[in-house]
Design a protein around this ligand. Structure first.
Ligand code: HEM
Length: 109
């Protein structure tokens, strides 16, 4: 029984179908509040700026001023979908890690 348990819950198994860590991330995403494009579009002010990247919604109100690419270029996408720009500019892993800390929701389907 103990053996069965460790098999189905084995984080170290590279062939594991549903690793607990992955399931956790999926659950976290699903539990985020959902916003429509129209709702996100309201957040297009310097003091209240959101951006969509790959189906997730990020609050860049504070971060826009710290953005290494400059505040102007990122703010230009406030209230909009910035996925194409974010991907085209080949943002680093560091940038993707930063994104995680700014997430406030997901785009409603
Ligand atoms: C919340 C979303 C974003 C985050 C967290 C972010 C983060 C970063 C970071 C950390 C860098 C430094 C280089 C790197 O590590 O890749 C960077 C550079 C840059 N970003 Fe962003 N970025 C975001 C959105 C955007 C958007 C939407 C645009 C364009 C509309 C943009 C344009 C740029 C440009 C032009 C650079 C400079 C590239 C260079 O000098 O080589 N970023 N960004």
């Amino acid at each position: 029984m103990g053996q069965e348990n460790s098999k189905s819950n084995n984080t170290l198994d590279p062939n594991g179908f549903q690793k607990p860590m992955e399931k956790n991330i999926k659950d976290q995403i699903l539990s985020l509040p959902q916003y429509t494009l129209e709702q996100v579009a309201q957040h297009n002010q310097p003091t209240d700026a959101w951006i969509i990247i790959n189906g997730l919604v990020f609050d860049i109100t504070q971060y826009q001023h710290a953005h290494p690419g400059g505040s102007k270029i990122i703010f230009a996408k406030a209230g909009q979908d910035g996925s194409d720009d974010f991907e085209a500019l080949k943002h680093s892993q560091r940038a993707k890690e930063k994104l995680k800390t700014l997430c406030v929701g997901r785009l409603a389907k």
